[in-house]
Design a protein around this ligand. Sequence first.
Ligand SMILES: *[C@@H]1O[C@H](CO)[C@@H](O)[C@H](O)[C@H]1NC(C)=O
Ligand SMILES: *[C@@H]1O[C@H](CO)[C@@H](O)[C@H](O)[C@H]1NC(C)=O
Ligand SMILES: *[C@@H]1O[C@H](CO)[C@@H](O)[C@H](O)[C@H]1NC(C)=O
Ligand SMILES: [Fe+2]
Length: 476
Amino acid sequence: MLASFHQLLLFVLLFIIISSVEHGSARVTSSFVRNEWPAVDMPLDYEVFAIPEGYNAPQQVRITQGDYEGKGVIISWVTPDEPGSNKVEYGKSKNKYEFTAEGTVTNYTFYKYKSGYIHHCLVDNLEYDTEYYYKLGAGESAREFWFQTPPEIDPDAPYTFGIIGDLGQTYNSLSTLEHYMQSGAQAVLFVGDLSYADRYKYNDVGIRWDSWGRFVERSAAYQPWLWSAGNHEIEYKPYMGEVTPFRSYLHRIATPYLASKSSSPLWYAVRRASAHIIVLSSYSPYVKYTLQWHWLREELKRVEREKTPWLIVIMHVPIYNSNVKHYTEGESMRTVFENWFVKAKVDFIFAGHVHAYERSYRISNIHYNISRGDRYPVPDKSAPVYVTVGDGGNQEGLAAEFIDPQPEYSAFREASYGHSTLEIKNRTHAFYHWNRNDDGKKVPIDFAVFHNRYWAGGQQRRRIKKNYLKSVTGNN
Ligand SMILES: *[C@@H]1O[C@H](CO)[C@@H](O)[C@H](O)[C@H]1NC(C)=O
Ligand SMILES: *[C@@H]1O[C@H](CO)[C@@H](O)[C@H](O)[C@H]1NC(C)=O
Ligand SMILES: *[C@@H]1O[C@H](CO)[C@@H](O)[C@H](O)[C@H]1NC(C)=O
Ligand SMILES: [Fe+2]
């Protein structure tokens, strides 16, 4: 009798713990598998890959954040025929380009493929929350675009991020991109595996990087995509004499890594509106004493949750995921960084790699000790939510088989194509959606309201009150 009373107590306690985890409702494995189109790349003569008219016209135009605070952008483009100008003309109204910035140009070969002339140009010291117009090229070949700078760094600045991963260049990729563009999100957190050009051989690798660049331009020229690299960017191809890792990626994709004191474009951080975003490289060394390990340790010290309450980490390989595909590939990084993520109270970790959608509860597994127990993920209010969005729609198709039964830590999973949006409302609240590509429509399927890890909980009210008092007394 006594024992069963204790058991009941334990059960009640466990129930309280589990239901206090955010949205600890029943775990869901959606049996829905929406496989819209066959997983094949769109043909090179398809309209989404069209080459802009005019001799040497700039193509594959894209922008990314160019500094640490959101007042700069790096504009990148390719000129196919000759180097042309490295200049960007820009200004605050259309057709009135008061300013110019000068960039750099590079080119590379991959097997016998010769790249076009790849330009990167930093446009800096912009005003916050302002629309800018920019022009590339000249005369008949000139092309014009625009973008909006983010609001000033502020703990209550609302901002909406999109999260896209493993995109590729199939009809499903196009569906994901079109749905993303309807979402109203202001910047993309790209969780790796861009073009899947490495699925091709010889000169077609370079050709498919170019087609992909023209494909994503419709979004990436108008709002920043923040890049992280995946396994499809490594391109280790000894059979054609190409063995330098990330060769195409590093020539084509610019990141503001120097602004966060990083030694490599593959890992870096930026602050944008109310978010601090840390980009990690799953395929660069990260164990203790490596450059990435040192850098992350320092970057976590630079995080100021009073200014940027939302701490977001993106990487390619998920740390918690329960798909059969790529099972446990994130374990090595988990053993190195998970305790830091928990200690830093990271809000979200977004990853890709697995071609299905999954969201975890807040859990951690940091008490493992090689000589005793505690080797299970347990509910942990300081832990991040782990989200896998590797469902962009590339030519490898969906990872439709999940491990059964669904682990305790897994909140929602479904093997369909789609993308996510994270709508930050203020320092305490963010609305999160995963949107499925469904028969040509964008359908929000998984929804959650998240409370900030720094401002949530017992200290939240005290901090807000203190800040409020500061703001009314002008005592900063
Ligand atoms: C880069 O472009 C220059 C000028 O056209 C050319 O001479 C050179 O061979 C190219 N380099 C590579 C690596 O393709
Ligand atoms: C691991 O467990 C052993 C035995 O309980 C203990 O002596 C040791 O201090 C623990 N190590 C760590 C790093 O916690
Ligand atoms: C933050 O946003 C949430 C959701 O929109 C809202 O309910 C809450 O009142 C806001 N908090 C403050 C302090 O404005
Ligand atoms: Fe991958």
